[in-house]
Ligand binder design. Structure first.
Ligand SMILES: Nc1ncnc2c1ncn2[C@@H]1O[C@H](COP(=O)(O)OP(=O)(O)OP(=O)(O)O)[C@@H](O)[C@H]1O
Ligand SMILES: [Mg+2]
Length: 218
């Protein structure tokens, strides 16, 4: 059986990742594919437990390396228990945030040495690098306003440790994601998050259909 494809979504807070993950999953399911939707940090019981710690605003300050190791500890379990078994069964996996978020938050912005993160990627992620990564690029002022709107609308999730950082922090995240996507154009597409949900979904479907031919082994 052909291995399934692995698609990840990246971008800043409120860029529209979760919305577009859901719409792409619906599209691919409609084409007859068996689709698994998952997220990071999280995606397996152990990784979800780590998620609670890393996103909790009450978690004490800690070393950037500790943070990167926690994300990678979660990722290793997520890959082993959820992602790889699904791909091997021919299922398509769509993941809301993945390794690029660690590279950006802990590396390009957090200041952790790129070599450390490359080494962790080699140990933890290889050989399961995404077949396609969709970077939803958006002005963080717009993204954070959407998150705030969502919260006022009744989704009473507490402000997490990342959302509460300075505007400058979020601007640097944006630049970090763009840098990675531009460096790896074979894997990544950059889409403009400042368009309607439907227009963006159409654009992303087009990229997925063009870049990930179905029925071929990967
Ligand atoms: N293209 C869009 N235009 C306007 N609003 C949008 C668009 N896409 C998503 N939204 C709204 O913005 C909010 C954030 O969207 P979503 O949760 O998909 O983003 P996200 O990138 O997953 O955010 P987070 O980083 O918080 O997980 C939601 O309330 C969503 O309905
Ligand atoms: Mg989301």
């Amino acid at each position: 059986m052909a291995r399934g494809k692995f698609i990840t979504f990246e971008g800043g807070e409120g860029a529209g990742k979760s919305t577009q993950v859901r719409l792409l999953a619906e599209h691919l399911t409609g084409l007859g594919l068996d689709v698994v939707v998952t997220r990071e940090p999280g995606g397996s019981p152990f990784a979800e437990a780590i998620r609670t710690v890393v996103l909790d605003a009450a978690t004490p300050p800690h070393a950037e390396l500790s943070e990167a190791l926690l994300f990678n500890a979660a990722r290793a379990d997520h890959l082993e228990r959820t992602i790889r078994p699904a791909l091997e069964k021919g299922r398509w996996v769509i993941c809301d945030r993945f390794m690029d978020s660690t590279r950006v938050y802990q590396g390009l912005v957090g200041g952790l040495d790129q070599e450390v993160l490359d080494a962790l990627d080699r140990i933890v992620v290889q050989p399961t690098v995404p077949d396609l990564t969709v970077l939803i690029d958006l002005d963080p002022v717009v993204g954070l306003a959407r998150v705030e709107q969502r919260r006022l609308g009744g989704a009473l999730a507490p402000v997490d440790r990342y959302e509460s950082r300075s505007p400058d922090f979020h601007e640097r995240l944006r630049e970090g994601f763009l840098r990675i996507a531009r460096d790896e154009p074979q894997r990544c597409v950059i889409v403009d998050g400042f368009q309607s949900v439907d227009a963006l979904a159409r654009e992303i479907r087009g990229h997925a259909d063009a870049r990930l031919p179905r029925g071929r082994t990967g």
